[in-house]
Ligand binder design. Structure first.
Ligand SMILES: [Cu+2]
Length: 401
């Protein structure tokens, strides 16, 4: 039997590989929400049914008006500034529908513009990470759904825990639910909120977890009851385990360049000097970057001339006269030799505006340190000294003979 080449195999497999993608598109999620009969009346038990849905990104939600009255499906909360910005159905007549596709993750509240007590929420989440945990309370009376947004909980960043209290049988949202909310790390209570009222059956708990809270945490809901009932801490409680990613370490900013600032003796200018590399060593080209500012205005001073001198122990290592700084900045390079290590003075003097030929009192001095290169001799001495000390220590411990 002739064996197929690998290319042939891939070509033959290709349609099979494409099937899931096509299926995924063909069966894009669709959720139906009814605007129920009697929704126009605030006392109606339900308005939207379900009032809360969680969908994957890309899902389409379809609202159908089953009521005799005209309604709208308007994004945002009633009266909010951004109300209707994301979507607004306009008037939906009896039997008519409106649909919206939710592409981005997030919590989307909506309402009826005509009847502002008619409110609903769509939670869009991919289901990844810590998102979407569902459990039934110990008393079996509530099905609680917890969604963390963003789905990856990161210390130092605000996290929204969206809680939905549902009837475990009908899956409808339960109204007027009261609960205690706590976030714990082991026995340590990080967040403790008592008697929170979820009158729509959906609430959001905003939490910012600190860096030291990263790891495995417990979100605990306890004392869940209807507002009409007396609280009973023993009755309905539930715990969710969440993982909190550590806050990213602040990015190392790199070695900050040492900036030295001096006002000139004549007080007309400020001179700022930055040097690179930050450790000045002999036999390496050293850059001194100079910036000149007007001492009164703080603005960069242009068209300057200056003299540049480096002095060590009264000895002039370099003297450059009438250097120009047309843009108000200038760079001076110099390489120290091995005999020039230690403290040296960088002097910028006779600063004046071009083409002034006269001498000025505008000068400033910067003291910098030239570090000797790897001092082999010193290292040898130090090493022998340490060795001697170690040996001495040992001898001291020897018993006297
Ligand atoms: Cu309405």
């Amino acid at each position: 039997m002739k064996t197929m080449s690998s290319t042939t195999k891939i070509v033959m497999l290709l349609p099979l590989l494409l099937v899931p993608i096509v299926l995924n598109n063909a069966f894009a999620e669709e959720f139906n929400i009814a605007i129920v009969k009697g929704a126009a009346f605030p006392e109606n038990i339900k308005h939207y049914d379900p009032a809360y849905v969680r969908v994957n990104p890309g899902a389409t939600v379809v609202w159908t008006n089953d009521d005799k009255s005209v309604h709208t499906v308007t994004s945002g909360s009633p009266g909010a500034k951004d109300s209707g910005r994301l979507f607004d159905s306009g008037f939906i007549r009896t039997g008519a529908t409106f649909s919206h596709t939710f592409d981005e993750e997030g919590i989307f509240d909506y309402h009826c513009w005509i009847h502002p007590w008619v409110i609903g929420r769509v939670a869009v989440s991919s289901g990844a990470g810590s998102i979407g945990k569902i459990a039934v309370t110990e008393g079996d009376r509530f099905r609680v759904e917890l969604i963390a947004l963003p789905p990856i909980i990161e210390a130092g960043k605000p996290t929204s825990f969206v809680l939905s209290f549902l009837n475990p049988v009908t899956r409808d949202t339960e109204r007027n639910v009261v609960y205690d909310f706590a976030v714990m790390k082991g026995d340590q209570i990080i967040v403790d909120r008592k008697q929170v009222n979820a009158w729509t059956g959906i609430t959001t708990e905003e939490v910012v977890l600190e860096r030291e809270h990263s790891g495995t945490l417990t979100v605990q809901l306890s004392n869940i009851h209807f507002a009409t009932e007396p609280p009973d801490p023993t009755k309905d409680k539930i715990s969710f385990t969440i993982d909190v990613a550590p806050a990213p370490e602040p990015k190392p900013k790199g070695e900050p360049l040492p900036v030295m600032t001096q006002q000139t003796l004549g007080k007309k200018f400020f001179i700022e000097m930055v040097f690179a590399p930050t450790v000045i060593e002999p036999d390496k080209s050293q850059t001194f970057a100079l910036s000149f500012f007007n001492a009164e205005t703080g603005v960069v001073e242009r068209n300057l001339l200056y003299d540049f001198t480096i002095v060590k122990d009264g000895q002039v290592l370099v003297n450059r006269e009438s250097r120009s700084a047309p843009s108000g900045t200038a760079v001076e390079d110099f390489t120290f030799n091995e005999d020039q290590t230690g403290s040296v003075t960088v002097k910028v003097s006779n600063v004046r505006v071009f083409p002034d030929p006269g001498r000025t009192a505008e000068e400033a001095e910067f003291s910098v340190n030239v570090v000797p290169e790897f001092p082999l001799g010193i290292m040898l001495i130090a090493t022998s000294a340490i060795a001697a000390m170690v040996l001495f220590g040992r001898f001291k411990k020897l018993p006297h003979l």
